[in-house]
Ligand binder design. Structure first.
Ligand code: FUB
Length: 470
């Protein structure tokens, strides 16, 4: 059963029992991306935007092998990019790179945890190809296109499969370090070119307490930090501190303690607009459909607070937290991509001209920035944006869409069954590649509200490109 059918069951049951569909989605701090299963969050601030690179757990329909569609393992082929400026409304940018961008790969699975860092205007994406070492791709932009400048692994000890989860940090003296490893911790110094090692790999000759994998290396307030996923399973979020980039590392315990509600985890930590955030992963999106274990993970984020000695205050499990606070209101008076959302469950998204087949040989080489669309829309689904500032009042809403059938768009504020501020119908445009604008008159939308674009009476296929208020 796919996610969509299960949500529709929840919605139908909810509506039939008089409970609103919205209240059936857990109210806590839910995963921030819903259109794909994501893991291994790797944040990076570029200008005023927070980007998060993630790995990508395939949905069953994207696994080509019929026998593997419902198996519990990792099916990971490409890496995704997302961005925000307010921490709650996220724009998807699709796949930035895939296994195909490493011509030396020998498996079409294993696109595990990456980190992308910037140096001298170039973006370096460090990627493990599980079991086949760690490679590096380079681009002039976070969106790509990314290219492999060395045509071989940056590190690969062929005697084992320890070489995963690279994290790279450049110190104030210009020396860059890469840490990685499961279950051991390794590091190496990088040359200034960021694509070669300065000297040999060091394996820590001591165990950082509770260290399993997923290191995240950074410096803050005079301290070096190595956050990590703690001993499996369930993994939690832990961290160690040091006075030196090469250790010794002293574990400071948990950022988030283990819980049976999670299994794997992986930290990504960043300061953004005066706040500190820790990203991690869980199964909370999959749990809307099933509690049976599959590697279909989802990324969540929490704000963290540092004590004066640099230690980090523990946070509760994601679902026991309030939703994350919005940093600034959302401006609807500009082109807003349909794939920008605070919550949008049951949809699919794709880059124009590139189908999501899940088959590496059919994937493009890293494409760079491309327009995306939302598809696979069913009755009762909605796109939610938080904290939308209608200011003195919106007059109209237009949405660029294509359709082989039709779809009613009902615009609401303050809840999925909240006040209706406008309606329009997307009619047949002749084909899903022919986009037209459909407009709704808006009334009674002033000030700041959560905004819901709700879909009803869906017939045929409908794709959404972008929308705008006037
Ligand atoms: O996502 C695949 C692997 O699972 C990562 O490389 C590990 O850190 C764990 O999250």
């Amino acid at each position: 059963m796919n996610l969509k059918k299960s949500l529709l069951t929840i919605l139908t049951l909810g509506i039939a029992s008089g409970i609103s569909a919205q209240t059936k989605i857990p109210e806590g701090n839910m995963p921030i991306f819903q259109t794909k299963y994501t893991a291994d969050p790797a944040p990076i601030v570029v200008g005023d935007t927070l980007f998060v690179f993630t790995s990508h757990d395939s949905s069953p329909e994207d696994i080509a092998d019929e026998n593997e569609k419902s198996s519990a393992g990792f099916f990971m082929y490409d890496w995704l990019l997302w961005s925000t400026t307010d921490m709650v409304n996220w724009t998807e940018h699709g796949a930035v790179a895939s296994l195909k961008d490493f011509p030396w790969r020998s498996r079409d699975n294993g696109a595990w945890a990456i980190q992308t860092v910037e140096r001298n205007g170039k973006f370096y994406l460090y990627a493990p190809l599980h079991g086949h070492g760690i490679g590096v791709l380079v681009s002039d932009s976070p969106y790509g296109p990314y290219k492999d400048p060395i045509g071989k692994p940056l590190v690969w000890d062929r005697s084992n499969w320890y070489d995963i989860d690279p994290t790279v940090f450049t110190d104030s003296d210009g020396q860059a370090y890469m840490y990685w490893g499961n279950p051991f911790t390794f590091y190496a110094r990088l040359n200034d070119d960021m694509i070669s090692l300065k000297d040999s790999v060091v394996k820590l000759d001591y165990k950082i307490e509770n260290y399993q994998e997923g290191p995240w290396f950074y410096h803050r307030g005079g301290h070096y930090y190595l956050a990590y996923a703690t001993t499996c399973c369930p993994e939690a979020l832990g961290y160690a501190m040091s006075d030196s980039p090469t250790g010794p590392w002293v574990s400071k315990g948990y950022i988030m303690e283990p819980t049976d509600r999670d299994r794997g985890n992986h930290p990504g930590i960043v300061d953004y607009k005066g706040h500190s955030y820790c990203f991690g992963q869980d199964y909370d999106l999959m749990h809307l459909e099933t509690y049976e274990h599959h590697e279909r993970r989802s990324v969540s984020v929490t704000e963290i607070v540092y004590n004066s000695d640099g230690t980090i205050q523990k946070v509760p499990y994601w679902l026991d937290q309030e939703p994350i606070k919005q940093l600034e209101n959302f401006n609807p008076y500009r082109r807003v991509e349909a794939e920008t959302m605070a919550w949008g469950y049951g949809f699919k998204t794709a880059k124009f001209g590139i189908k999501n087949t899940g088959i590496v040989s059919e994937m493009p080489q890293s494409t760079g920035k491309k327009n995306m669309y939302v598809y696979d829309i069913n009755n009762g689904e909605y796109i939610k944006l938080r904290g939308v500032d209608f200011k003195k009042g919106a007059k109209s809403f237009s949405i660029a869409a294509s359709s082989t059938g039709s779809l009613d768009v009902v615009l609401r504020i303050d809840g999925v069954d909240g006040k209706i501020i406008g309606k329009t119908t997307i009619s047949n445009t002749g084909s899903t590649s022919n986009y037209k604008n459909f407009t709704a008159k808006i009334t009674n939308a002033k000030g700041v509200h959560d905004f819901y674009i709700c879909f009803e009476n869906v017939k045929g296929e409908v794709n959404l490109d972008y929308w705008q208020m006037k």
